[in-house]
Design a protein around this ligand. Sequence first.
Ligand SMILES: Cc1ncc(COP(=O)(O)O)c(C=O)c1O
Length: 313
Amino acid sequence: MNQVAHGINWREGDVVITSDREHNSNLVPWLKLAELGVELRTVKSHDDNTFDIENFENICAEVGNKLRMVSLVHVGNLDGVEIPVKTASKIAHDHGAIVHIDGAQSVPHLPVDITDIGCDLLSFSIHKMLGPTGMGVLWGKEHILSELEPICAGGGTVTDADKSGYSLKEIPSRLEGGLGHYAGISGTEAALDFLSNYDMQKFAEQEIRINNIISEGIKNLPNVEIIGPESARERGGICSILLDGIDVQNTGILLDEMDSVFVRSGLHCVNQWFNDKGIEQGSLRASAYAYNNDEDAKRFVDSFSEIIETLSR
Ligand SMILES: Cc1ncc(COP(=O)(O)O)c(C=O)c1O
């Protein structure tokens, strides 16, 4: 995303649109462009965190020919809610924008068909799909990638160079400054080989089934509110929980120490959403993946219920 944000030749007054539930990775690179006179507009979601497509379309129309980029998270890491990116891409294209989709939470969890979505660029992280940290993928249409200015120059990016100048290679080499991270590339290949043996649709269904057990098991507990729509089907494998008057961090530690249940607590790098709502401590997020089963979900429900009931007394 940084390569995209810093590789485009922006004009002062250009506008970028994102949603109000973006990971900081799909927010800060655009905010950094303020120094070039690029403005960021965000689309406020519905109260249940689903995407407000009408609001989005209105903002696109309002921005008019200043609209340069629409960059949306496909599935939110905050809440598992999916944005209808195919419809959003069509609207954005009708208004002349380039469309970038953050697929970090969708590509590892469900079948994603880039052609069907119709976006121009899509990025995702390998560490979220059983691979090593520090590796990511930027897919893009050839003419858009070819026009990006490399953010990192290096040995393999040029066909020739001397003190009078340099000539850049074709993509992808021109965008890949620095010696390759070969250990990371090998780890990535192993992760992708492993995942390609599985049916992503089955992964998605398994996660929803697990999330359903979790959501149904905890939804009536005191001081507990699940972020997003009530139905687990609309939140994929994520059950992100707000706790009223109970510390999320300590609850996460108790789950771990009592029953070896690992969850994440805090802001999940989606600071903006929590800041907008004035929720300082963030949420407790249980998220399922291919290696989880129904037993794990039941263990979470039992352990979490015991902690919440005790702390609510
Ligand atoms: C939706 C989403 N976007 C972006 C990122 C950040 O990816 P990276 O750390 O590879 O930049 C994450 C989490 O890792 C994420 O969940």
